[in-house]
Design a protein around this ligand. Structure first.
Ligand code: SAH
Length: 231
């Protein structure tokens, strides 16, 4: 079975959005992955179809109700559904290329998009939601996070990227940031392409790229460099 994503959201019209274009869009058309959305509001029970309420203990904003979200999750995923249940959340574990690979190798994902101040803790606990963050900043909702996560995952599904080789040296794949890239024209505003790249000497080219990647990583991401040198 191909990778199947189910998104629980208050804004289903935001999907597939950017995922309907380019690589992921073509792969979606070809059936290399699938995308379904569920409107959380469809699981509300009152006549106003409200999904949120004021936070217990007071404070600003509103919180997505546990009962309504739990019903939406239970309807989207049976207990036997093997797909991981993810909640987009700034408190989650930061998304990494390694997690994207794991997800791409699996059956898909059920992704809950929070809104307002977030979701009631009890639904996170009872439905064992894995919280994933896309970075240390606050978005207004989980949808852009879900699109980001899926974009990172879908391009790793076999057959989605035409030239699989292009993934090998990419930033985070080797533990290093990628070396700089150049293409024609040979001269641009007086700047030329580093000579080694046009030398045809593949060993030298690989050495140069490696050295550049190491320098960049040391300068820009001491955290990655640290992890890399300890490997
Ligand atoms: N009050 C919360 C933020 C709520 S933002 C807090 O301080 O932790 C509303 C929703 O946007 C969240 O429930 C989550 O689904 C989504 N969101 C916001 N920032 C995010 C991030 N960095 N990564 C993933 N999802 C995020």
């Amino acid at each position: 079975m191909a990778f199947e994503a189910t998104i629980l959201t208050l804004y289903p019209d935001m999907f597939p959005g950017p995922l309907g274009h380019s690589l992921s869009g073509r792969a979606l058309e070809k059936g290399l992955w699938g995308l379904q959305t569920r409107q959380i509001r469809d699981y509300a029970t009152d006549k106003h179809r409200s999904v949120d309420d004021t936070p217990a203990g007071g404070g600003a904003g509103m919180v997505l109700r546990a009962d309504i979200l739990a019903r939406a999750i239970d309807d989207a995923a049976t207990v036997e559904d093997p797909r991981p249940r993810i909640l987009m959340s700034p408190r989650g574990r930061p998304l990494t290329q390694a997690r994207a690979h794991e997800l791409a190798e699996g059956p898909g994902a059920i992704i809950v998009c929070g809104r307002f101040e977030g979701v009631d803790q009890r639904v996170i606990d009872s439905r064992r939601l894995e919280e994933i963050s896309i970075g240390d900043y606050i978005l207004s909702g989980g949808e852009i996070g879900a699109i980001t996560l899926l974009d990172a995952v879908v391009r790793l599904i076999p057959g989605v990227m035409g030239n699989m080789h292009s993934a090998d040296t990419e930033s985070f794949e080797t533990g290093l940031l990628e070396h700089p890239q150049y293409t024609r024209p040979q001269e641009f505003e007086g700047m030329t392409i580093p000579e080694v790249l046009t030398s045809g000497n593949h060993k030298k080219i690989a050495e140069w790229q490696r050295q550049q990647a190491e320098e960049l990583t040391q300068q820009r991401r001491p955290d990655l460099w640290d992890a890399y040198t300890r490997k």
